[in-house]
Design a protein around this ligand. Structure first.
Ligand SMILES: [Cu+2]
Length: 148
């Protein structure tokens, strides 16, 4: 490879990495994250709620979640169907630039299965949102009895 081609390759590489670094800087912002404590501590599942904002120029999508505090975390949506409230799993939750999605009781939520330890009011639990582009967004959820 001659020197000129080498330089061009190098600058292309540099620009590519700068581009991805810039994209990596902008992440969705999560506000008011909380986990609703079940009325009975031994209940096998509970739900997490939050507002997820996308202040970035590019669309974002949440493609899953995980936590060291729970055996299983999934994204769910509650829907009313013929007077019956049903939950379905949401595989991908897109958030357009400048928009926000609301995870709240009766709608979208994180379904938290199999807590490894009982949670106390005020405790912070880290749940990591997995973005569709491969990035991870760790979020501190506060254990509460009622919405903040
Ligand atoms: Cu659910």
């Amino acid at each position: 490879m001659n020197r000129r081609v080498e330089m061009i390759c190098l600058s292309a590489l540099l620009m590519a990495s700068l581009g991805s670094a810039r994209a990596a800087e902008c992440l969705p912002v999560v506000k008011g994250a909380w986990v609703r404590l079940p009325p009975v501590a031994t209940m096998p599942m509970m739900a997490g709620f939050a507002r997820i904002e996308n202040p970035c120029r590019a669309p974002a999508a949440v493609a899953g979640a995980e936590s060291l505090a729970f055996a299983d975390v999934s994204l769910h949506e509650t829907r009313e169907e013929g007077g019956v409230s049903r939950m379905r799993e949401v595989e991908r939750l897109p958030i357009e630039p400048g928009k926000a999605v609301e995870l709240k009781p009766g709608g979208l939520h994180l379904m938290l299965h199999g807590a490894y330890a009982p949670l106390a009011v005020g405790e912070k639990i880290v749940i990591t949102l997995k973005l569709a582009d491969g990035r991870a967004l760790p979020v501190a959820f506060e254990a509460r009895k009622t919405a903040p």
